[in-house]
Design a binder for this molecule. Structure first.
Ligand code: ZN
Length: 186
C-alpha cells in the first residue's frame, strides 16, 4: 500500500482510537519497506515506555527496533539519513512534529505517522489534526466497540484519572463506538 518510488517524499498518517491496529499497520508498512531494501528507521516519543524502551511493540507483540526521541528536532537530525521514517504514538509530540515531517518529506523521505486522533475526552490529540491536514495519504482505522461490537472510533477511559496522558492498556481504556462513548464531564 502506498509503496512509492523514493524520488518522491510523502507523509502517510495512520490514525484511530486505541486498539484499532495503528501500530500493526505501521509495522507492516515498515517491514515491506525493509524487504524493498530501503533504509528504515522507527521513532517513538520518549513518554511511551510500556513493554519496551527500544522497540516499537504493538498489542500483538510484533516489534521492530525503534529510537525513543525527546522532540521533533531529534526527528529532523536523525531521520534525514533514512529512506523511510516511521513515527509511532505521534500524539505525544508537540506541533513542531508537522514541520519536521514536512522537511523530511521534502527531502524525499517517506514519512509514516501513526497516532491517536482523539484523546479520552474525544478531543483532538496533540499535533494529530495538523499532521492529518498535511498528509498525502490518510487512513483512519476502527477498533471494535467493547460494549456493543460495532466499529469504534473513540477511546473510553474507564478510570477516573483526568490527565490527558495516562499510559495503560485494557485496564485503563476501552474502544467505543459513537453511541457507547461517554466522554467525562470535566
Ligand atoms: Zn458501541
Amino acid at each position: 500500500m502506498h509503496q512509492k518510488p523514493i524520488e518522491a517524499g510523502s507523509i502517510e498518517v495512520i490514525c484511530g482510537s486505541m486498539f484499532c491496529g495503528k501500530t500493526e499497520e505501521l509495522l507492516r508498512r515498515l517491514r515491506r519497506a525493509k524487504i524493498a531494501n530501503l533504509n528504515v528507521v522507527a521513532f517513538k516519543a520518549k513518554v511511551d515506555n510500556r513493554y519496551s524502551k527500544d522497540k516499537i511493540v504493538s498489542h500483538d507483540r510484533n516489534s521492530l527496533e525503534s529510537i525513543a526521541i525527546e522532540n521533533s528536532d531529534d526527528l529532523m537530525k536523525l531521520g534525514h539519513e533514512y529512506d523511510v521514517v516511521g513515527i509511532d504514538e505521534a500524539q505525544f509530540f508537540d506541533n513542531s512534529l508537522v514541520l519536521a515531517c514536512k522537511n523530511l518529506a521534502k527531502n524525499k523521505t517517506r514519512v509514516i505517522v501513526a497516532g491517536l486522533d482523539n484523546d479520552y475526552r474525544g478531543q483532538p490529540f496533540g499535533p494529530m489534526p495538523l499532521i492529518m491536514c498535511e498528509s498525502d495519504y490518510l487512513d483512519k482505522l476502527t477498533a471494535i466497540c467493547m460494549q456493543c461490537g460495532k466499529d469504534a472510533t473513540y477511546t473510553q477511559r474507564i478510570t477516573t484519572d483526568t490527565q490527558q496522558v495516562v499510559i495503560g492498556e485494557t485496564n485503563v481504556y476501552e474502544a467505543r463506538c459513537r453511541k457507547c462513548f461517554n466522554p467525562p464531564k470535566i
